[in-house]
Design a protein around this ligand. Structure first.
Ligand SMILES: Nc1ncnc2c1ncn2[C@@H]1O[C@H](COP(=O)(O)OP(=O)(O)OP(=O)(O)O)[C@@H](O)[C@H]1O
Ligand SMILES: [Mg+2]
Length: 479
């Protein structure tokens, strides 16, 4: 269900209550000076519509919009729009007055300037940096749009509509909200005084199709050989940590790896904002809860991981390890809960290990550095490192095995490495995958689980030099 339709349902229920309330005061207020806002006039009627919408917002008291019944409000808005249309009589438009009014009403009661962006399925992220600036991400690239809001109050009003729709609130006393919409989209809003320049809204849309392993191969984020390895690793119950920076594709890969878990196993997922979409039947999904306005009732990932361990899980999939739950997860992995999958925010596998150590310290685990590292090295088998390259593409740049300890240090061994070879004039990054020729220790565990990997999968070679291949193809085509 789209955001707008969900909001409509929400509005219907509030309207029912409002109908019984006494008639409210009109929302008209004195005209205020015009402010240039939306700047996307396409056709004559769009131009007029935007002009009227702008004027309408100027003449309406937005703070009262939600306190009126729908019929009253529509009546009043219609009146203003008709007056405005008369003032603009030199405009000739190709659609009927009624249709135009209807469109303006929809714009007024929907999510305003965000509506077209929310309906555009090629957009994956919408990033609103105060009322003046809206960026979108499309096909992995950020673009500045010319969408703007009237002012910060207008933006705040839209944010309030979005978060109240999922039963959350945002105001000066709780100026931060991280929520998941019913369609799975993730929304984060942060407003003053925490956001210094004005309200900030970040939406990661999930209306768009989830990427599959074949998509990742097609997008050249990995090779088919790596896909075979991933499947074998998950089936053989290795503990896998996916590491990467913001938006590098960690959750996407976690979702894909989770698909390899056999359907016969009981999976418990723990997430801050539920994003995973597992296909298996036997899945229990847990999600954390923030503290309420009195600062009570918080349920952390650590609480949920501990609870999950009492639920007889075959596998625990932790959306992102980011705090004290790291200790409980590692202990679980070391005491027979194999096959756990999680992600971590880090720029390389070594950095991921350092972050884990910090998290263990946060958990108050009274361990020496060495004991802590031993705990980590015996728990985690493989780290998959993802990166977002300068051209916006995501790559799995390393598959690294944890082989044990050397003195006080955890020893790591790269199995697959992406090598950047240059940047083309158009900004595209050139590179290829290389196997290091090392046969990983986990190959044995994979084989004893009865899964066979291609015999030459670890032989030293450049597995795929996509760019070279493409150049050859192009040369052939030209010939
Ligand atoms: N290999 C890929 N190629 C292109 N786009 C991708 C790839 N992997 C993920 N994406 C897209 O990138 C965006 C971010 O992906 P994802 O949520 O998996 O990243 P993340 O690392 O979990 O982000 P965060 O740090 O915010 O949790 C999504 O829109 C997703 O569809
Ligand atoms: Mg994520």
């Amino acid at each position: 269900m789209g955001l707008l339709s969900r909001l409509n349902i929400d509005r219907k229920s509030t309207e029912a209550v409002q109908k019984t309330e006494e008639k409210q005061k009109p929302v008209l207020k004195k005209p205020v000076p015009k402010i240039e806002t939306l700047q996307r006039p396409i056709s004559r009627s769009n131009e007029l519509k935007e002009k009227i919408h702008r004027n309408l917002i100027d003449r309406l008291d937005l703070t009262k919009l939600d306190t009126l019944s729908k019929d009253d409000l529509r009546g009043q808005v219609r009146e203003v729009v008709e007056n405005l249309l008369t003032e603009e009589s030199d405009f000739t438009i190709e659609i009927s007055r009624d249709k135009l009014i209807e469109e303006i009403l929809n714009e007024t009661f929907g999510l305003g300037p965000l509506e077209p962006l929310l309906h555009d399925h090629t957009i994956s992220d919408i990033l609103v940096n105060t009322y003046k600036q809206v960026y979108i991400e499309r096909f992995g690239k950020l673009e500045l749009t010319n969408t703007v809001f009237k002012d910060d109050n207008h933006l705040l009003h839209i944010i309030d509509r979005i978060v109240s729709e999922v039963g959350r609130r945002i105001d000066e006393s709780s100026p931060m909200v991280d929520a998941r919409l019913l369609d799975g989209s993730r929304v984060n809003a942060i407003i003053p005084p925490l956001a210094i320049d004005g309200p900030i809204l970040s939406i990661r849309k999930f209306g768009i199709r989830k990427l599959s392993i074949d998509d990742l191969i097609e997008l050249r984020s990995m090779t088919p050989e790596m896909a075979k390895m991933f499947s074998a690793m998950v089936k053989a119950r290795l503990n896998v940590l996916i590491s990467g920076g913001t938006g590098s594709g960690k959750t996407t890969l976690l979702n894909i790896l989770s698909h390899y878990i056999p359907g016969s196993e009981r999976i418990v997922t723990v997430e801050d904002a539920a994003e995973l979409q597992l296909q298996q039947d036997h899945v229990v999904r847990l999600e954390t809860r923030p503290a309420n306005i009195e600062g009570k009732g918080q349920v952390t990932q650590r609480d949920l991981v501990r609870n999950a361990l009492r639920m007889r899980p075959d596998r625990i999939v932790l959306g992102e390890v980011r705090g004290a739950e790291a200790l409980d997860m590692l202990q679980a992995m070391n005491t027979g809960h194999d096959g756990s999958l999680s992600t971590i925010h880090a720029n390389n596998p070594r950095d991921a290990l350092r972050r884990l150590e910090t998290m263990i310290l946060m958990a108050g685990g009274n361990l020496t550095d060495k004991a802590m590292r031993e705990q980590i090295s015996s728990a985690i088998d493989v780290i998959i490192q993802g990166t977002r390259l300068s051209d916006g593409t995501r790559k799995i740049v390393k598959i690294t095995e944890i082989t044990g300890m050397e003195g006080d240090t955890i020893s790591l061994q790269d199995i697959f490495v992406y090598e950047k070879m240059g940047v083309r004039e158009d900004g595209r990054v050139l590179g290829g995958y290389r196997t290091t020729g090392i046969r990983p220790k986990f190959a044995e565990q994979v084989e004893t689980s009865g899964i066979s990997l291609p015999i030459d999968v670890f032989d030293p070679k450049i597995i795929h030099d996509f760019e070279e291949e493409e150049e050859k193809k192009n040369e052939k085509e030209v010939a």
